[in-house]
Design a protein around this ligand. Sequence first.
Ligand SMILES: *Cc1c(COP(=O)(O)O)cnc(C)c1O
Length: 233
Amino acid sequence: MLTAPQFSPAALQIVRARIVRAAERAGRDPGSIRLLAVSKQQPAALVRAAAAAGQTEFGENYVQEGIDKVTALADVPGLVWHFIGQLQGNKTRDVAERFDWVHTVDRERIAWRLSAQRPHDAAPLQVLLQVRLADEPGKAGVTPAQVPALAAAVAALPRLRLRGLMCIPPPAADQDAQRRPFRQLRELMESLGAAGYSLDTLSMGMSDDLEAAVLEGATIVRVGTAIFGRRPG
Ligand SMILES: *Cc1c(COP(=O)(O)O)cnc(C)c1O
């Protein structure tokens, strides 16, 4: 018999404690790091249970699935929805209308559409640029060399607010290796800061490497498996 997946408040507490411990090790204020619970492929009931346990920010990868959960949880006040999946040009409207953040902008055309489609009575859409740091052909994201041009284009759009950068490095063997791409992303954001952009968000680190990301300055860690368990899909 299939049992419905259960939410474990203890798992959420363990992840929060990991963030606090890593922040202390880094000499950072744990309050400067936000936990994004990645709920892709998990049922809305599990998201509701996590919200009841105090979790407010949720990340979704697939547009229709995400919209369904935003709708199912519309009665819960104060939730913040982040789109963290690959975005097709024909799906931008739903994201512009229903999400608060997008972490995966890697093309000017997508940014332009999101800005044009963001409702005028909503706050600007909070945007991160996805950066591909390793040489991984076929992976999403702009290269570091392409970041300044895309940042300039996004910053000029009226309904978007450029907040920072995001990356999904390939798995690495140990913490030193995990830290390398995260350090590169931080340095890239610092160079944008020196060029006059005021950015405050580094979205990096997942279940297996959140400590390395916090040590390198992550302000949002995106955690799925360690909170919700293995994805059913
Ligand atoms: C699935 C996903 C995560 C969460 O990964 P876990 O290893 O389950 O913590 C984080 N970020 C992105 C972009 C994802 O697609």
